[in-house]
Structures are given as structure tokens and as C-alpha cells.
Design a protein around this ligand. Structure first.
Ligand code: ATP
Length: 271
């Protein structure tokens, strides 16, 4: 956890309260049911992969967690704070990296980070120290003074990842942050996130449709056609499905053909 900013107290003592608790959440667009009675948790300190093909309902769920949409059926809580009752308390513990790019290309990386920090009430001196703290060990440190538009797509994404950690959130949502990037950039982003998660001890919900982004120590929630099909550690899900790998377990749960990655860039799962 970052040492420069004190995190708000969590509602209950210890780590028994989940970082994120989704309980009986449904959402429809007109007649189309995008989420159907979805329940799962992200335990504190966990890296939880929300694994689902295109159209599974991942972005809809993120829109509900961030209150872009109102939750009409079910309940969402962040560190014990119900979104419906204490939205401010819940949301100030949250960081988000959306799919859409949101950096100001005419500002330097340092200015982009400082701007985000200011929005969250961090004084300039604290923001500068925090930037140094979270970029320690990252090659982005050398690029702080450069305009964002000089960076590649992958580097821009990494700055957005770093930015999400600036205000020391306790839970960070990532909505398919590697979409559209080449395999090298994808690996760098995943490495940057995992480095920061270890360093900061935050809880993560990582939405992806790319199975190769899941590591053996992760928790996994399999979402398909708006329903949760499995939730648990990688080994437990593989054993439950009597499968040889998480890839086989996913194929058996969803009925989708087993994607064969080989040594080539991963195939994206299609519904
Ligand atoms: N604004 C909308 N209006 C109508 N239907 C929508 C809308 N947004 C999403 N949907 C539908 O809801 C379902 C879930 O979509 P959602 O975008 O949440 O899935 P996803 O898992 O994030 O997929 P993707 O990776 O393609 O974004 C899909 O059937 C989609 O077509």
C-alpha cells in the first residue's frame, strides 16, 4: 500500500469484508437481458479475473459499479459500503481504467498524473512524491516530462494504469485494458499492473476475454451471456470441471470451442 496517503478506514475490522460484493444484480437494455442475477465477490487483496467473451456483460457490470447506470435489481457494495446508500464512501475507494483512452495528449505524463491527483484532492507536493513512489522500478519514470502524444499506444495505456493508482484506491477495476494492443505491449501492461498490485496491496477486478492473461494464483469469475458460470481459484475451477487447464475448463463451462493459442498471439474468444 502506498505510504504517502492514508487510506480511509474500512467499515469492518480485518479483511473479511470483500473489496467488492455483487449480489443478485440484473440489468436489461429494453428486452435484452445483459446481466441475469449476477453474484460474486472480489476478496480484499485478490487479483480477480472477470473472464468472459465479447457480449458477456462485463462492461455493463462496470457501468453499474461506477454508477454510470443505476442498479435497479440487486446490490453492489465496495468495502462494505452499499452503492445505493453510501455512494460517496463507496466510490472514493475505487479506481477505474476504462476501455476508452482518456489522457490529454498535449500534456506531459507528469501533468496528466498531477491533474488526476488534483481531481482527487491531493496537493501538488503529495502528488509529485506519489508519482515518484509508484513509478519506482518502471521505465516510465524517464519519460515523465514528455508529451503524452509521443508515446506508443501501449505506453499510453501504462500511464493510464499508473494514474489509476495515484489516489491510493483500495479496489481498481480494469475493463479490458489490453484490447487492440500487440502481444508485447499487452505483456508490458499486465506486468506493470501486477508489479503495482504487489507493491500497493490493492484489490483488482480485471475484465478480459483473453485467457492467457489469467495466472495460476488468480481468482476467476466466468461470466457468459450475463450469468456467472463459475467463481473461485484457478485450480479449483479446473478441478471442478475435471479439465486439464483453465482454457479447457472455460471451454467446458461455456460450450465455446477451446481456443488454441500455440505460440501465436491469442485468439480472442467469441460468443
Ligand atoms: N447500450 C446498449 N444498448 C443495448 N444493448 C447493449 C448496450 N450495451 C451493451 N448491450 C448488450 O448487452 C450485452 C452485454 O454487453 P457488454 O458490452 O456489457 O458485454 P462485454 O462483456 O463488455 O462485451 P465487450 O467486450 O464486447 O464490450 C450484449 O448483448 C450487448 O450487445
Amino acid at each position: 500500500m502506498g505510504s504517502l496517503q492514508k487510506r480511509p478506514e474500512t467499515r469492518s475490522e480485518g479483511r473479511s469484508v470483500p473489496a467488492l460484493d455483487i449480489s443478485g444484480v440484473s440489468h436489461s437494455y429494453g428486452e435484452r437481458r445483459a446481466l441475469d442475477d449476477v453474484s460474486f465477490t472480489v476478496p480484499q487483496g485478490s487479483f480477480t479475473a472477470l473472464l468472459g467473451p465479447n457480449g458477456a456483460g462485463k462492461s455493463t457490470l462496470f457501468s453499474l459499479i461506477t454508477r454510470l447506470y443505476n442498479t435497479r435489481a440487486g446490490e453492489i457494495s465496495i468495502l462494505g459500503h452499499k452503492l445505493s446508500q453510501e455512494p460517496g464512501e463507496a466510490l472514493r475507494r475505487l479506481g477505474v481504467v476504462f476501455q476508452a483512452r482518456t489522457l490529454d495528449l498535449d500534456l506531459s505524463i507528469r501533468q496528466n498524473l498531477a491533474y488526476h491527483a488534483a481531481l482527487h484532492g491531493l496537493p501538488g507536493r503529495v502528488a509529485r512524491a506519489r508519482t515518484e513512489e509508484i513509478l519506482r522500478g518502471s521505465d516510465l519514470m524517464k519519460r515523465l516530462g514528455e508529451k503524452a502524444r509521443n508515446l506508443s499506444g501501449g505506453q499510453l495505456r501504462r500511464v493510464e494504469v499508473v494514474r489509476a493508482f495515484m489516489h491510493s484506491p483500495e479496489l481498481i477495476l480494469f475493463d479490458e485494458p489490453t484490447v487492440g494492443l500487440d502481444i508485447g505491449s499487452r505483456a508490458e501492461i499486465v506486468a506493470e499492473v501486477r508489479r503495482l498490485v504487489r507493491q500497493e496491496g490493492v484489490s483488482v477486478l480485471w475484465a478480459t476475454h483473453l485467457i492467457d492473461e489469467v495466472e495460476a494464483s488468480d481468482r476467476v469469475v466466468v461470466l457468459h451471456k450475463g450469468k456467472v458460470l463459475a467463481e473461485g481459484g484457478v485450480a479449483a475451477i479446473v478441478a471442478e470441471q475435471d479439465a486439464g487447464s483453465i482454457r479447457d475448463a472455460f471451454a467446458s463451462l461455456t460450450g465455446l470451442a477451446r481456443p488454441d493459442l500455440g505460440n501465436t498471439p491469442p485468439l480472442e474468444l467469441q460468443p
